[in-house]
Write a protein that binds this ligand. Structure first.
Ligand code: Q46
Ligand code: ZN
Ligand code: ZN
Length: 324
């Protein structure tokens, strides 16, 4: 039996970059400590903050919700969870149920937004009406709904479940496209802009994907194991992830060192962002006169839906805030 580096119990995982083998209990503690350190190192959350956690039901956001719930008592912040029901058949039904169960078991208030209720259609129909890839319209809708909910809720930050492997993948892709403006947004947090955008934070910034998965499995966290049926098998993201996995196997810790250096240098990319604007129809952050969400909704419904969406969220939150 291979023993844990910190106690006499059986090791269940080897962490090559740290030179450790850990048992179940010490691995759990190790991950929680690393998330706590990430929060402190990058100043992501301070005491008294209202934190909105975007939970898809996958392993990363579910793991993040569980860890943040544990840390919320110690670091004294308040948690709210939100889930977007994308209307993607059984995948969305199961994801929603999973998030409901998890937030109920943790006693965290949950806000559910249904894309079908807001825009009349689910993601597959919206994509075909807009003649755009599903992930592209899904990204626009999710970003808008998360930001609008955070603003209406008065959240100080929104916690996103991106792990270290996600960050490297996005960063590499954007670097290849020399899209410096997008690179500027891949740090451990983005800035808040009063009344327009709420800061997004990434507590799993230094957590490997396999660590987040293992944490969920050994702590019996229910999460959605199936991938979204709209995800493309041959996506560039997937190819980059596999390649980086091979590099990490050969040079343990190289990915962690990269995200740390990247976070340190993020300021050099940040001057490249275009000046932000206010959407003329809904009043939220936009790079153009009309934001991507309003333009997309106009294309499929003949109406800019940002304003109505914000009212819908405001009404929905009234009930939730009364209960909490
Ligand atoms: S949910 Fe949406 Fe992902 Fe499905 S449609 Fe694509 S972007 S793959 S994270
Ligand atoms: Zn141990
Ligand atoms: Zn708008």
């Amino acid at each position: 039996m291979v023993k844990c580096s910190l106690c006499q119990d059986k090791a269940i995982v080897k962490i090559p970059y740290a030179g450790l083998r850990l048992c179940k209990e010490h691995f759990t503690k190790y991950i929680e400590d690393r998330v706590r350190k990430t929060i402190k190192r990058y100043n992501l959350i301070s005491s008294g903050m209202r934190v909105l956690v975007a939970v898809s039901g996958g392993k990363d956001s579910s793991t993040m919700l569980v860890i943040l719930n544990k840390l919320s008592k110690e670091l004294k912040f308040t948690l709210y969870a939100m889930h977007i029901d994308l209307g993607i058949g059984n995948y969305s039904v199961y994801s929603r149920r999973t998030v409901e169960k998890l937030s109920q078991s943790l006693n965290i208030p949950l806000i559910i937004l249904e894309v079908k209720k807001i825009l009349g259609y689910g993601i597959p129909e919206i994509a075909s009406k807009a003649k755009r890839p599903a992930c592209s319209v899904c990204g626009v809708i999710k970003r808008y709904l998360i930001n609008a909910t955070a603003l209406e809720l008065g959240a100080d930050v929104v916690a996103m479940g991106h792990n270290l492997d996600d960050i490297i993948t996005y960063a590499f892709k954007e670097f290849m496209n020399q899209n410096l403006n997008a690179l500027a947004k891949l740090g451990p947090s983005t800035k808040s802009i009063k009344d327009l955008a709420v800061s997004r934070i990434r507590p799993l910034y230094e957590i490997y994907e396999r660590e987040s998965l293992l944490y969920a499995l050994i702590n019996n966290i229910t999460f959605v194991k199936d991938e979204c049926p709209m995800a493309r098998e041959d996506s560039l993201d997937r190819i980059i992830k596999v390649k980086y996995f091979e590099i990490e196997e050969r040079y343990p810790g190289i990915k962690l060192a990269f995200v740390r250096r990247f976070a340190k240098n993020i300021q050099y990319y940040q001057g490249t962002e275009p000046e932000f604007k206010k959407c003329k129809t809904c009043g939220l952050l936009s790079s153009w006169d009309i934001c991507s969400y309003c333009r997309l909704s106009f294309k499929i419904l003949g109406k800019y839906m940002g304003h109505d969406t914000r009212n819908y969220i405001r009404e929905l939150l009234k009930n939730i805030l009364i209960r909490t």
